[in-house]
Design a binder for this molecule. Structure first.
Ligand SMILES: Cc1cc2nc3c(=O)[nH]c(=O)nc-3n(C[C@H](O)[C@H](O)[C@H](O)COP(=O)(O)OP(=O)(O)OC[C@H]3O[C@@H](n4cnc5c(N)ncnc54)[C@H](O)[C@@H]3O)c2cc1C
Length: 304
């Protein structure tokens, strides 16, 4: 529970209307599930973030960072700590020549649109990924042959000592759906991209083509967190799940999508417990049937 003394101090750093007590995380995740966080704060800039982070470390209060919650499964019991949300209040984008600098809360769609408007190619693949660039670099988000590692040159982070560091592409240690940030307590505050001049019509065309592919292949009509599992070496998770006979497998309101077995979807009334049960059952059956260990791509928050 957040004491009134802590709350008073937080109010020195952030405006009252950015602080939400007992905030249901279902409202902040694309799965649309998750119980309340002690408190969610909508961050506005790096300076504010630095002050709040330093204070929370000082008082040893648990906290975590979220972007758009599009790769996140939050427990029904919620999160006993403070959620620092880096989203729509921290989404400034600037473009100079081939270089785009975006605050971590800008969405990948917004940055891809800015690139298109400035006739810059390289980010079309990211236009349909529903996360922020902060969450994107943490996960090295990618699709259709592209991934952020190909276009990100620098990532500004706040480190454990509340100092700003500027990590270059090599230091980020990007890999398949991972980066050094998944292993370290860094908060991404800003991302720099370097793109290539291109033809705006071709860029727009590519973005539309990929959007059509997504609509055709993915169950976008239901809440989800995208692909639930990472692609195992040499296989496709969706295919393994389908071949294990799990298309349409359902627990409560959580279901293996009939359209794309790689997606666990919320049929409307799922709980996080339903979703985790489906995930565990998939892992077990795929392991048993094919000897392949599926690893969730989705990040878990809270007690399961
Ligand atoms: C319909 C759908 C389709 C999808 N398609 C794709 C796809 O094609 N390719 C793909 O890669 N992903 C896809 N995803 C998954 C998701 O959009 C990506 O993983 C995205 O990068 C997550 O960004 P986010 O801002 O939502 O992060 P969140 O889900 O909010 O957080 C994910 C992780 O990043 C951390 N994090 C977030 N922001 C920061 C920050 N500023 N600093 C430090 N840590 C941070 C969080 O603590 C958490 O551990 C899809 C999801 C959905 C719902």
């Amino acid at each position: 529970m957040l004491s009134s003394a802590i709350l008073e101090t937080l109010r020195i750093y952030v405006p009252e209307d950015a602080i939400h007590l007992q905030e249901p995380m279902a409202a902040h995740t694309t799965f649309r599930v998750g119980g309340p966080a002690d408190c969610l704060i909508e961050m506005e800039n790096a300076d504010q973030l630095q002050k709040v982070q330093r204070y929370l470390y000082q008082i040893e209060y648990p906290f975590t960072v979220v972007g758009n919650g599009s790769n996140l499964l939050v427990s029904d019991k919620g999160y006993q700590g403070i959620v620092l949300q880096i989203g729509s209040r921290m989404n400034h984008i600037s473009v100079e020549g081939n270089v785009i600098v975006a605050q971590a809360g800008a969405t990948m769609a917004q940055v891809a649109a800015a690139a298109w408007k400035h006739s810059l190619t390289g980010l079309e693949f990211a236009s349909g990924i529903p996360g922020t660039v902060g969450g994107g670099v943490v996960m090295n988000a990618g699709a259709y042959g592209g991934e952020l590692a190909q276009v990100v040159t620098h990532v500004q982070v706040l480190n454990r000592d509340s100092e700003f560091w500027n990590l270059d592409n090599d230091t980020m240690e990007f890999g398949y759906r991972k980066s050094t940030i998944r292993r370290q307590p860094f908060i991404v505050t800003e991302v720099t991209f370097e793109l290539t001049p291109g033809d705006p019509q071709a860029i727009r065309g590519k973005m539309e083509e990929l959007a059509v592919k997504r609509r055709e292949k993915q169950p976008l009509e239901f809440p989800s967190a995208g692909s639930t599992f990472k692609r195992p070496e040499g296989y496709f998770a969706g295919e393994l799940i389908m071949n294990a006979g799990m298309r349409g497998f359902q627990v409560g309101g959580a279901r293996v999508s009939d359209k794309h077995c790689g997606f666990v979807v919320n049929m409307g009334n799922a709980t996080a417990a339903d979703i985790i049960d489906v995930i565990w059952e998939i892992e077990e059956r795929v392991k048993e049937r094919f000897g392949v260990k599926l690893e969730p791509e989705v990040v878990f928050l809270g007690e399961f």
